[in-house]
Write a protein that binds this ligand. Structure first.
Ligand SMILES: Nc1ncnc2c1ncn2[C@@H]1O[C@H](COP(=O)(O)OP(=O)(O)OP(=O)(O)O)[C@@H](O)[C@H]1O
Length: 620
């Protein structure tokens, strides 16, 4: 029950609209019940010249003029009026329905989107993107589905009860005759209505799979070309399209069989009413006339009601299945909303205004999975304005450590502190506001270069943006583009080279006012010329900003104030480049592995910088 209550809670703010909807539904029901009566009154009371004494006839006749022509015209106008009122009520209902649907679903989507944002990397790295998209686009309608089904079924129950009461009050045996088709109506509703619903959902799911498979295939085009797997990729695509077509065909068959079944049952129902009702009219009007007996007008009302039985029976039949489907979608939404967030802000978290601060890694340990630690007992102190580097073999936990500095994860043991404040006790926005990260993959947005650089500081001036681009070594290539800073990047920035993307990512970080610049392999895609430019920029920033560098290019760390050498998740050495060479340990071995024998390394350092092969001085 709590799922239903919670789902309906999304519409609590729309009570007035729901009340208006209920009122309009009431109008629709009344119009539906009275629609056939003007014709019945015309035939039974006006054309015969013998007004019937029952309440409905009396009601109609009381508001009509006394003369026959006036009554005929009045009844025709009433019939038209009822139709128009019925249509207007229907239109109002539909508009309120859409309105409620979109308002409620928008609230669900807002909650879901915010939650997906807060769930952060831990969640997103372990769940496919398509899953989040499906929940946001399709499952988000679940709560409205529940609301709609509850309203629709309640209306159906009321309509059916009132109709049955009216029919019974008119003629009991004909009412039973009318209801002989009800089991067939229920059966065909069950058989087709429910199936259509299920198959429509299945087809939507297959369509979602097709979309995501197309998206993946487009991403893989270069890979497929490189490894000549186009035929394989086409087979995958063909398979996904075939599945979609099969699902649609299965749906279409049911959609076309349904009206056939419905019309057949209605035809049988109409025939029963016409046959048995016709006999009753003949008996009560011609064989042995009886006051209050069956009349032609009443027969028309019966025929109309039998036709109208279909809709409420459909709602009642489908209720359980429909509501279950929407309940399942709603549960999928709530499951995300109820997922505990790995990183949360402590109640009363300390405010940490943006400023240069000392960053301390205090015996930090970390494991992605319990029992499999990546980092062990790691200590480091990074003072304001320093340029430090973490180096070490691939997979030793350097990027993980940077993620801990941004509080994308919390340490399993120990603490990361800014000026002595444990990041877990500080406001999350404040912590992250201190750090500008250039990650290994330079994520670009499908927007202008200006917008890409200014993403972390939307209010930056044109001068500041151009200055950041210049410092990152990106200004020259941007100026060479026909549309310069207004060049629109394609998805993922694929219309730029890897090195150009990397320089834009660096410009983006430089533009922020974050005191810490955290760079994960910032020169991996840069040519020697641009690598040197960047290192000069970093050196010039030293003192103003604290720079934390992760790199495999040891030339980049020569000028660092501290170099932390990591191995298997531990800091095994620390010091300046020269101190570490003196120690002749891990670092010295890494250096000699990269540059030659340790004793030749100082000379080599200068030589390598001078003689590195130049490819294209301007393109990374
Ligand atoms: N999201 C994750 N879930 C589980 N394990 C992970 C995750 N991210 C990284 N790892 C593992 O953690 C270890 C450290 O990875 P990390 O990326 O921090 O290493 P690194 O030193 O930065 O490597 P490289 O120099 O190659 O970038 C690796 O064994 C990696 O497989």
């Amino acid at each position: 029950m709590s799922v239903y209550r919670r789902a309906l809670g999304y519409f609590a703010a729309d009570r007035v609209w729901i009340a208006a909807l209920v009122a309009l539904i009431g109008v629709s029901i009344c119009v539906g019940l009275f629609e056939a009566w003007p014709l019945a009154v015309l035939i039974d009371s006006v054309l015969t010249g013998q007004p019937k004494g029952d309440r409905v006839h009396s009601l109609f006749l009381s508001i009509l003029p006394a003369d026959t022509v006036g009554q005929v015209v009045g009844l025709v106008l009433m019939g038209m009026g009822l139709h128009i009122i019925g249509y207007l009520a229907w239109f109002g209902r539909m508009m309120i329905n859409y309105h409620l649907n979109y308002r409620g679903t928008t609230r669900v989507r807002h909650d879901l989107f915010r939650k997906l944002q807060h769930l952060g990397v831990t969640y997103h790295r372990s769940h496919p993107q398509g899953d989040a998209i499906y929940r946001l686009t399709t499952d988000a309608f679940g709560p409205w589905g529940i609301m709609d089904t509850v309203i629709g079924t309640s209306v159906a129950a009321v309509t059916l009860t009132v109709m049955t009461a009216i029919l019974l009050s008119r003629n009991v045996s004909l009412t039973f005759a009318a209801f002989t088709v009800a089991p067939f109506m229920i059966w065909s509703n069950w058989r087709f209505g429910v199936r259509i619903h299920e198959r429509a959902l299945a087809s939507k799911q297959v369509d979602a799979d097709l979309t995501s498979s197309i998206q993946q295939a487009m991403v893989r085009v270069p890979l497929a070309q490189t490894y000549q797997r186009e035929a394989y990729e086409f087979r995958r695509f063909r398979g996904a399209v075939a599945r979609s077509v099969r699902a649609l065909l299965r749906l279409n068959i049911q959609e076309q069989l349904y009206p056939l079944a419905r019309d057949s049952v209605l035809a049988v129902g109409g025939a029963i009413i016409l046959g048995y009702g016709g006999y009753l009219v003949y008996r009560d009007q011609f064989v042995s006339p009886v006051e209050g007996g069956m009349t032609v007008g009443l027969l028309i009302v019966f025929m109309d009601y039998v036709r109208k039985l279909w809709e409420p029976l459909k709602w009642l039949t489908e209720f359980v299945v429909k509501v279950r489907i929407f309940e399942a979608a709603t549960r999928r939404v709530f499951r995300i909303l109820d997922t505990p967030e790995a990183i949360t802000e402590a109640p009363g978290a300390a405010s940490l205004p943006i400023a240069s601060r000392t960053l301390v890694l205090d015996r930090v340990g970390f494991a992605y999975r319990p029992g499999y630690p990546i980092l062990h007992d790691l200590c480091a102190t990074i003072r304001p304005g320093e340029m430090v580097a973490f180096v070490g073999p691939s997979g030793t936990g350097k990027s993980t450590l940077l993620a801990l500095m941004l509080r994308l994860y919390d340490p399993t043991t120990g603490a990361v502190r800014l000026d002595g404040v444990d990041l877990r006790a500080a406001r999350l926005m404040d912590t992250r506001g201190h750090m500008a990260l250039v990650a290994q993959d330079s994520l670009m947005l499908p927007a202008t270069i200006t917008a890409n650089i200014a993403y972390g500081r939307p209010g930056a001036s044109r001068y500041e943006i151009e200055r950041a681009a210049e410092l990152a070594g990106a200004a020259a290539f941007i100026d060479d583009l026909p549309e310069g800073y207004e060049t629109v990047l394609t998805e993922g920035g694929q219309n730029l080279s890897g090195g150009q993307r990397q320089r834009l990512a660096i410009a983006r970080a430089l533009l922020t006012r974050a005191p810490f610049l955290i760079l994960d392999e910032p020169t991996s895609a840069l040519d020697p010329h641009h690598e040197q430019l960047l290192l000069e920029t970093l050196r010039s920033l030293r003192g103003g900003r604290t720079i934390v560098l992760v790199t495999h290019r040891l030339e980049s760390v020569v000028a660092c104030d501290q170099v932390f050498v990591m191995d298997a998740g531990r800091v095994v050495e620390r010091g300046t480049h020269h101190e570490l060479l003196e120690r002749n340990g891990h670092y010295a071995r890494m250096w000699s592995g990269a540059s030659g024998p340790p004793d030749a390394r100082v000379e080599l350092e200068g030589w390598r910088l001078r003689h590195r092969p130049r490819r294209d001085g301007r393109e990374g």
